[in-house]
Design a protein around this ligand. Structure first.
Ligand code: ADP
Ligand code: MG
Length: 340
C-alpha cells in the first residue's frame, strides 16, 4: 500500500542487539546466577560464593577462585559473541564447558550495571572493569574473578515488572545454585542473602553432596544407579517408591554435567516406576547421564536447559533400564524378602 509507513532496513546498534538477546537468556536474577556460576566452573573454580541483595534484583555477585581474566581481555569479555571456549565449529561438536556462546556477559551487562573484577596468575594486581563507563583500573583481589550485577532490568521496566517478590526470586536463585551443586560435589558453594549465609555446601563425594543438598532422607530413601549401556552411562540415585511425592520437585537430570529439563529423560525415569508408582505420584531422583559429546546437541536453546539427542531411543532405554535395575536390586542394609 502506498500509504503504508515504512522505515529503511538498518542494522541495529550493538547495545540493542544485546538487550534483545537478554530477553532469551536473562529472565530473572536466577538466570544471572546460573550464567555466572557456569562461568566460574568453566574457569576451574573450587569455591564459589554467591551474594544477593533483594532476592538478586539489587545485586547478584559471584566470586570464584578460578583462573581469572587477563587485564587486556576484560573489555572483550563483555562483548557479544566473545568467548575463550570455542574457536571453530569442530570445537562446538566436542565442547566440554558449560558456556560457549559468548553471550551471557554481554546480555546481562545490557540490562544491568555490571562490573568485572579479576586477577589471573602472573599479574601483580587485579583489575576492575566498570561495564557502563568502560573504565578499567587496578584493584585488590586474590587470583580469581568477581562479577557484580546490580539493578537488574533497571532500563527495561516492562521486564522488571514481571519479577516476583524478593523471597520468590531468592528461592529461584538458590535453586539455580542447588542444580550446580548437585553436578559438582568437588566444588564448594556458599550463598549469602542480605549479609546472611543461607546455604553452604562443602566439597565432598557425590553422596555427601546429595545428602547436604536434598537431605539425609533422600540418601536413605534412594538406591544407587550405575549402569552403562552402549555409549551411555547412567549414574546417580533413584528414590524408592515410598519416597515419591505429589509434585515433581525433586527430579534432577544431568547430561554430561549440565542440568537439563528433557522430556526423554523425564519420561524414561517415570516409566521405570510404571509398575510400582500409581496415579500422579512423582518419583524423586538425581540422575547423571554421560554420553559421548557428539551424540548430543547442547546448542538448542540459549540457556542450554534443553538438549537434543542424536538417538533419543537409546537414551530412553538406557535411563529406563538403569533405574529399573537399581529399583529391582535388594536394598543395601535391608533384610531380603523371606522365601515363600
Ligand atoms: P561464554 O561463557 O559462553 O564463553 P560469557 O559471556 O559467559 O560467554 O563469558 C565470556 C568470556 O569471559 C568467557 O569465555 C571467559 O573467557 C570469560 N569469563 C567470564 N566469566 C569468567 C570467570 N568467572 N572466570 C574467568 N573467565 C571468565
Ligand atoms: Mg558463560
Amino acid at each position: 500500500h502506498p500509504d503504508h509507513p515504512r522505515r529503511p532496513i538498518r542494522e541495529l546498534p550493538d547495545e540493542l542487539i544485546s538487550q534483545i538477546a537478554a530477553g532469551e537468556v536473562v529472565e530473572r536474577p536466577a538466570s544471572v546466577v546460573r550464567e555466572l556460576v557456569d562461568n566460574a566452573l568453566d574457569a576451574g573454580a573450587t569455591q564459589i560464593t554467591v551474594r544477593l541483595l533483594a532476592g538478586g534484583v539489587r545485586l547478584v555477585s559471584v566470586e570464584d577462585d578460578g583462573g581469572g581474566i587477563p587485564r587486556e581481555e576484560l573489555p572483550i569479555a563483555l562483548r557479544r559473541h566473545a568467548t575463550s571456549k570455542i574457536g571453530s565449529l569442530a570445537d562446538l561438536e566436542t565442547v566440554g564447558t558449560m558456556g560457549f556462546r559468548g553471550e551471557a556477559l554481554a546480555a546481562i551487562g545490557s540490562v544491568s550495571e555490571l562490573s568485572l573484577l579479576s586477577r589471573c596468575a602472573g599479574q601483580p594486581s587485579a583489575f576492575l572493569l566498570d561495564g557502563r563507563s568502560g573504565e578499567l583500573r587496578p584493584a585488590a583481589r586474590a587470583i580469581g574473578t568477581t562479577v557484580e550485577v546490580k539493578e537488574l532490568f533497571f532500563s527495561t521496566p516492562a521486564r522488571r515488572k514481571f519479577l516476583k517478590t524478593d523471597a520468590t526470586e531468592l528461592a529461584h536463585c538458590i535453586e539455580a545454585v542447588r542444580r550446580h551443586a548437585l553436578a559438582r560435589p568437588d566444588v564448594g558453594f556458599a550463598v549469602w542473602h542480605e549479609g546472611k549465609l543461607v546455604e553452604q555446601w562443602r566439597p565432598g563425594t557425590r553422596e555427601q553432596r546429595l545428602a547436604d543438598v536434598l537431605g539425609d532422607d533422600f540418601l536413605s530413601q534412594s538406591v544407587a544407579v550405575d549402569q552403562a549401556i552402549g555409549p551411555i552411562r547412567v549414574t546417580g540415585r533413584a528414590g524408592i517408591p515410598d519416597a515419591a511425592r505429589s509434585r515433581a520437585d525433586q527430579q534432577f537430570a544431568y547430561v554430561n554435567g549440565r542440568f537439563v529439563r528433557d522430556k526423554v529423560l523425564t519420561h524414561a525415569a517415570r516409566s521405570a516406576y510404571e509398575d510400582v508408582l500409581h496415579g500422579q505420584r512423582q518419583p524423586v531422583y538425581a540422575l547423571y547421564v554421560d554420553i559421548e559429546p557428539s551424540r548430543v546437541d547442547v546448542n538448542v536453546h540459549p540457556t542450554k536447559i534443553e538438549v537434543r539427542f542424536r538417538d533419543s531411543r537409546e537414551v530412553h532405554q538406557a535411563v529406563r533400564r538403569a533405574v529399573e535395575a537399581a529399583l529391582a536390586a535388594p536394598r543395601a542394609g535391608q533384610a531380603p524378602e523371606p522365601a515363600q
